[in-house]
Design a protein around this ligand. Structure first.
Ligand code: FAD
Ligand code: 2HG
Ligand code: ZN
Length: 468
């Protein structure tokens, strides 16, 4: 990049807003999983919306492609530039202002670079709850959550990021600012532009601010760990808990025993909650806005599950520390996978009523086709989202990894489509699933998406090579 252009960026953003040092730039060019490695001529770090607008306008004038980046915790390579060295990384990491909290309207307005955990904390400070919850909440940003339409563990009760957002502020590719920061629950004044940007992974605009919904604070919570032999039994238990506990059911996470064993091996201090051996486990959580005896409700409901034969064993956490230990096991699965080998990830969604059949068919198919590979099946059973991953050994060659990935994707994703599911549930399409999406979307859907892209980003400057 020409030094004069760098000088222009510095004039707009200040010295701390422009990263040119080679080593410092590299930190923005690889991902948490260690799967993608790109290159960028410069990293732009604007401090507010006006600076984002000015920087994007300058990129537009010079036809520079832009890769927006939040906390860089994404699992689909969406925030990583390609290897050409031509794509500018635009990081929102300096935009960390909580702009307003309105406990009467039950809304919070924040910069896009605010961390998810900071929003949760700001909500707690006014006796409210911001319910999005996921393993990377200490590092991921609200902008990234919106851009990927993140899900996590409480979707069955509160919905995903799309349902938690009321308004957005977005910088368009030519630098114009769309101010849609409205905290309204009813607003039908034309097409819903907000929903266009949510889940678009930086390919239609750069989200700079958002108005998010708040909920009543939970006064009590109670977690349990259960052991079961089949996903079918766990889905029966889920249906039972929905009836027995109603809105109090906030999490129903499933993991196969292979996942638990991996965590026990690779995560320090991990201890199995039950001594019995079962093929599947679930972590269940109830919460309530009133002081209620959740432990008694959960114990009784799980007792009925034992009687019905859906579960073999269960332990209800006797205190917060034990509940945290359960969650550490569940949230340690991603880290354990990174330590154990190279995972081929499938982030899929299915109707909950089809999950058990899907797993049984997929296990049989993959067992025949790839008998040597280890299946790691876990996910947010409560909302129908599975991480149906396959672990390859560390020393697998790049060539074999690509061959396996292509074959596994076809086998798993074909089956997902047969069950009326989705091949991209909560991690985004990014670069990981771009070609898979093209393979499965109907021509009409692809044409609609391409015409929206053409209207908002005719020169393909926003996150090129991602999603589409
Ligand atoms: P990044 O990784 O920086 O970016 C992700 C995508 O959004 C990229 O395409 C990027 O270009 C775009 N983007 C980022 N900021 C903006 C912006 N301001 N405007 C426009 N586009 C932007 N995800 C889940 O959904 N559920 C989970 O349970 C979950 N668990 C996880 C656990 C671990 C341990 C890890 C490492 C990740 C997990 N994730 C999960 C994935 C990830 O945390 C989420 O996708 C998160 O929403 C990404 O936020 P980020 O700020 O890190 O975004
Ligand atoms: C989770 O549910 C995350 O823990 C990560 O979405 C899933 O590592 C994965 O594949
Ligand atoms: Zn997940």
């Amino acid at each position: 990049m020409k030094p004069q252009l760098i000088e222009q960026f510095i004039a707009l953003l200040g010295q701390s807003g422009v990263v040119t040092d080679a080593e410092a730039r590299q930190a923005y060019c690889s991902d948490w999983l260690g799967k993608w490695q790109g290159a960028t001529p410069v990293v732009l770090r604007p401090a507010n919306t006006e600076q984002v607008s000015a920087a994007v306008r300058l990129c537009h004038t010079h036809n520079l492609p832009i890769v927006p980046q939040g906390g860089n915790t994404g699992m689909s390579g969406g925030a990583i530039p390609d290897t050409s060295g031509a794509q500018v990384v635009l990081s929102l990491e300096r935009m960390k202002r909580i702009r307003a909290v309105d406990p009467i309207n039950d809304t919070i307005t924040v910069d896009a670079g605010v961390l998810l955990a900071q929003v949760q904390e700001a909500a707690r400070d006014v006796d409210r709850l911001f319910p999005l919850s996921l393993g990377a909440e200490g590092s991921c940003t609200i902008g990234g959550n919106l851009a990927t339409n993140a899900g996590g563990t409480a979707v069955l009760r509160y919905g995903n990021m799309r349902s938690l957002a009321l308004g957005l502020e977005v910088v368009l590719v030519d630098g114009r600012i769309w101010d849609g920061l409205r905290g309204l629950r009813k607003d039908n004044t034309g097409f819903d532009l907000r929903d266009l940007f949510i889940g678009s992974e930086g390919s239609l605009g750069i989200i700079t601010g958002a108005v998010l919904k708040l909920y009543p604070q939970q006064l009590g919570r109670c977690a349990a760990w259960v052991g079961s032999q089949t996903p079918e039994q766990l889905t029966a238990l889920l249906a039972h808990l929905r009836s027995a506990c109603g809105e109090r059911l906030v999490a129903f996470e499933m993991l196969s025993d292979a996942c638990l064993q991996l965590v026990l091996k690779h995560v320090d201090g991990a201890v199995a909650p039950l001594s019995s051996q079962t093929a599947y486990h679930a972590l269940i959580e109830l919460s309530d806005t009133r002081l209620a005896d959740l432990a008694a409700l959960l114990t009784e409901s799980l007792g009925q599950g034992l009687e019905a034969g859906w579960i073999d064993d269960a332990v209800v956490a006797s205190n917060e520390t034990q509940a945290m230990q359960f969650w550490r096991l569940r949230e340690g699965i991603s880290q354990a996978q990174v330590r154990a080998g190279k995972a081929v990830k499938h982030d899929i969604a299915l109707p909950i009523s089809r999950l058990a059949a899907f797993i049984s068919e997929a296990d049989t198919l993959l067992g025949k086709q790839f008998p040597a590979l280890q299946l790691l099946n876990f996910g947010h059973l409560g909302d129908g989202n599975l991480h149906y991953n396959v672990l390859l050994p560390w020393d697998v060659s790049a060539e074999d990894y690509h061959r396996y990935t292509a074959e596994l994707n076809r086998a798993v994703h074909d089956l997902v489509m047969q069950h009326n599911g989705s091949i991209s549930a909560e991690h985004g399409v990014g670069q990981l699933r771009r070609d898979e999406v093209r393979h499965y979307k109907s021509p009409v859907e692809m044409e609609l998406m391409l015409s929206i892209k053409q209207a908002l980003d005719p020169n393909q400057l926003l996150n090129p090579g991602k999603v589409l």
